[in-house]
Design a protein around this ligand. Structure first.
Ligand code: NAD
Ligand code: TYD
Length: 350
């Protein structure tokens, strides 16, 4: 039986990936390696936790002995690496864990692969990364796989470092690696510190919708299941040593995203649109706030035939319906730690 370690499988993208892959690939054992930080939610894995081809392993990737022990126990053929500290604002407030997990954690995983995998074996380390490593675009242009790295935040700088280390292990040791760098994901099971779920939950509770700066920063929005399909395609059919950019073809200004959320929420719940839009509040900008991200996905679409299935409109409606229907999941994440973060981040901005 093929064995794949998915790191960060209790987080947003990892849990969606496992919910997609575990039933799809019954002859592969998926080992979810995650140390359950604030961003993890085991409730996201309820649908697959009893599956015979799924195992959960609580391991901290920034602990090299623990990583080596998990590798010894399972002897994985492949690693799909998603575990990371992932929130830009937290990286500005407290960068320490970002360096430990995103840089050193990636390094320890690569070392474990190097120690366990034979040269010319049928193995793969797939590194999931972000378009934020490329820094900010101006009004025009798109990120390609050739765009120079120019990260702005401690988060994106740490992810950039991890990308370079992954590529170095390929060039120096011949480790079989692939990378994918994607734009902003949204969809079910996303922790409500990120723009879209934060706005949905705040709007439902009648709380302010805090927009950084003027709300004119642009992000390209990728529905999480489109991203999961792209990752699996690259793992199976992408060329070893290559990077693939993945984007949703959905560039939006933040203010337009928030207005769309208000509109769909109003349609889905019957709450008056004017009351929801009245919650929009402009707050102090994020330091080093990148103006615009946008992806040229022609490499993955040309080589592998991938295209996003969702438009922003269809994906946003699915996302909002999911949050309206999954109150139990929402209650699990609203811990004391969550409330502390909200008070700290938004208390300082107003
Ligand atoms: P997330 O914050 O929702 O989840 C991260 C997961 O990693 C959590 O389950 C957490 O417990 C785990 N983790 C953190 N530190 C760990 C450690 N030291 N050891 C083991 N596990 C640890 O993140 P996400 O949004 O699902 O992102 C997943 C990956 O995709 C990240 O590498 C991120 O950089 C990348 N990415 C995310 C986006 C996005 O929009 N969310 C966009 C581009 C790239
Ligand atoms: P975020 O979801 O944190 O993703 P990233 O910083 O990785 O792009 O933020 C998306 C955009 O929304 C970004 O331009 C910052 C902005 N934003 C707000 O305006 N208000 C908020 O409360 C948050 C969390 C983000």
């Amino acid at each position: 039986m093929k064995k794949i370690i998915v790191t960060g499988g209790a987080g947003f993208i990892g849990s969606n990936l496992l919910n997609y892959l575990v039933p799809l690939q019954p002859d592969t054992l998926f080992i979810n390696l995650d140390n359950l930080t604030y961003a993890a939610n085991l409730h996201s894995l309820k649908g697959i936790e009893g599956a015979p081809n799924y195992k959960f392993e609580k391991t901290d990737i920034s602990n090299p002995e623990a990583v080596a022990e998990t590798f010894r126990r399972y002897g994985p053929d492949c690693v799909i690496h998603l575990a990371a500290e992932s929130h830009v604002d937290r990286s500005i407030a407290d960068p320490d864990a970002f360096m430990r997990t995103n840089i050193m954690g990636t390094f320890y995983l690569l070392e474990a692969c190097r120690a366990h995998w034979k040269k010319d074996g049928d193995n793969l380390f797939h590194h999931v990364s972000t378009d934020e490593v490329y820094g900010s675009l101006g009004e025009n242009g798109l990120f390609t796989e050739e765009t120079r790295y120019d990260p702005s935040s401690p988060y994106s700088a740490a992810k950039a470092a991890s990308d370079h280390i992954v590529k170095a292990y390929n060039r120096t040791y011949g480790l079989p690696i692939k990378l994918s760098n994607c734009s902003n994901n949204y969809g079910p099971r996303q922790f409500p510190e990120k723009l879209i779920p934060l706005m949905i939950l705040n709007a439902l509770e009648g709380k302010p919708l805090p927009i950084y700066g003027k709300g004119t920063n642009v992000r390209d929005w990728l529905y999480v299941l489109d991203h999961c399909e792209a990752i699996w395609l690259v793992v199976q059919k992408g060329r070893v040593g290559e990077t693939y950019n993945i984007g949703g073809n959905s560039e939006k200004k933040n203010i337009d995203v928030v207005r769309s959320i208000c509109k769909v929420l109003s349609e889905e719940t019957g709450k008056p649109l004017a009351a929801l839009e009245g919650l929009i509040t402009y707050v102090a900008d994020r330091p080093g706030h990148d103006l615009r991200y946008a992806i040229d996905a022609s490499k993955i679409s040309g080589e592998l035939g991938w295209r996003p299935k969702e438009t922003f409109e269809s994906g946003l409606r699915k996302t909002i319906r999911w949050y309206l229907e999954n109150n139990e999941w929402i209650e699990k994440v609203k811990t004391g730690e969550y409330r502390k973060w909200i008070a700290k981040n938004y208390g300082d901005r107003s």
